[in-house]
Design a binder for this molecule. Structure first.
Ligand SMILES: C[S@@+](CC[C@H](N)C(=O)[O-])C[C@H]1O[C@@H](n2cnc3c(N)ncnc32)[C@H](O)[C@@H]1O
Length: 204
C-alpha cells in the first residue's frame, strides 16, 4: 500500500471495517492497547482503531508508513480528544532513540512489515529495560495442509492485501526475540496469537 489508488481503497475499506468491529475484535484491542502504560509506541496504527482503548495518562506516538492510512489516521486524530503524535515511518527503521518506550504494541501489523526480524529488533532497541511488547497478530497455521494452502495463497493475498502474509512464522519470530510473559493462541478465521513479551535480561 504505497500511495496507489488501490492503497486508498484498502485504507477506506479498513477504516470502515474497524469502525464496525464486533465484541471479539474489540476484546483483543482492549487486551493489547488497554494494557499500555507510560511512553507508548504503536507500530502501523492504520487508521487509529486502537486509540479509543488506550488508558488515560499515557504518552502516545504511532508510526504508519502508508500515506492513505496515515491521512485517514490524521483526520481521525483531529476529531479525537486524545493527544496522539503520528509519524510516517516503518517498523524496520524506527526514528526514535534506544530505550525510549515503556510499551510498544502492534495489532495485525507484523504480517505486513517487509522484514519481520528487523522490525522486532527495532522494537527491542527502543524498549526501555523492563518495557513490554504487546501484540495481537495472525500467524502461520500449525496444520500442514492449512499451512500449504497459505503458502499457495500468499502471493496473491499479499498483492491484494497491502503486503499481508498469511504464512508468516510470526509466533516463532516473537519467541526468538522476546521472553514471553503471556501468549495465547486462538483462532478467529485465521490462527492468531495475543500476548506480552519482554526483553531478555541479556538485552537490557
Ligand atoms: C491490517 S493493517 C492493521 C492496522 C492497525 N494496526 C489495526 O489494527 O487496525 C496493517 C498495517 O500495517 C502497516 N504496515 C505495513 N508495513 C509496515 C511497516 N513496515 N512498518 C509499520 N507498519 C506497516 C500498514 O500500512 C497497515 O496500516
Amino acid at each position: 500500500m504505497t500511495g496507489t489508488r488501490w492503497g486508498k481503497v484498502l485504507a477506506a475499506l479498513w477504516d470502515r471495517a474497524t469502525r464496525r468491529e464486533g465484541p471479539e475484535m474489540t476484546a483483543r484491542r482492549v487486551a493489547v492497547a488497554g494494557g499500555a502504560s507510560g511512553d507508548v509506541l504503536e507500530l502501523g496504527f492504520g487508521t487509529g482503531a486502537n486509540w479509543r482503548y488506550l488508558p488515560a495518562g499515557i504518552s502516545y506516538v504511532g508510526i504508519e508508513p502508508d500515506p492513505a492510512m496515515l491521512s485517514r489516521g490524521r483526520a481521525h486524530a483531529v476529531q479525537s480528544d486524545r493527544a496522539v503524535r503520528l509519524v510516517r515511518a516503518e517498523a524496520e527503521a524506527l526514528p526514535f532513540a534506544a530505550a525510549s518506550f515503556d510499551t510498544v504494541f502492534a495489532t495485525l501489523t507484523l504480517c505486513s512489515v517487509r522484514d519481520l526480524d528487523a522490525a522486532l529488533k527495532e522494537v527491542a532497541r527502543v524498549l526501555k529495560p523492563g518495557g513490554e511488547f504487546r501484540f495481537w497478530e495472525h500467524t502461520r497455521p500449525q496444520n500442514r495442509v492449512a499451512a500449504l494452502i497459505t503458502d499457495v495463497a500468499c502471493p496473491a493475498w499479499a498483492w491484494a492485501g497491502g503486503g499481508c502474509r498469511l504464512n508468516r512464522r510470526t509466533t516463532e519470530a516473537l519467541n526468538a526475540e522476546f521472553a514471553m510473559e503471556e501468549i495465547t493462541a486462538f483462532r478467529m478465521f485465521l490462527p492468531m496469537v495475543l500476548g506480552v513479551g519482554r526483553l531478555r535480561p541479556e538485552e537490557q
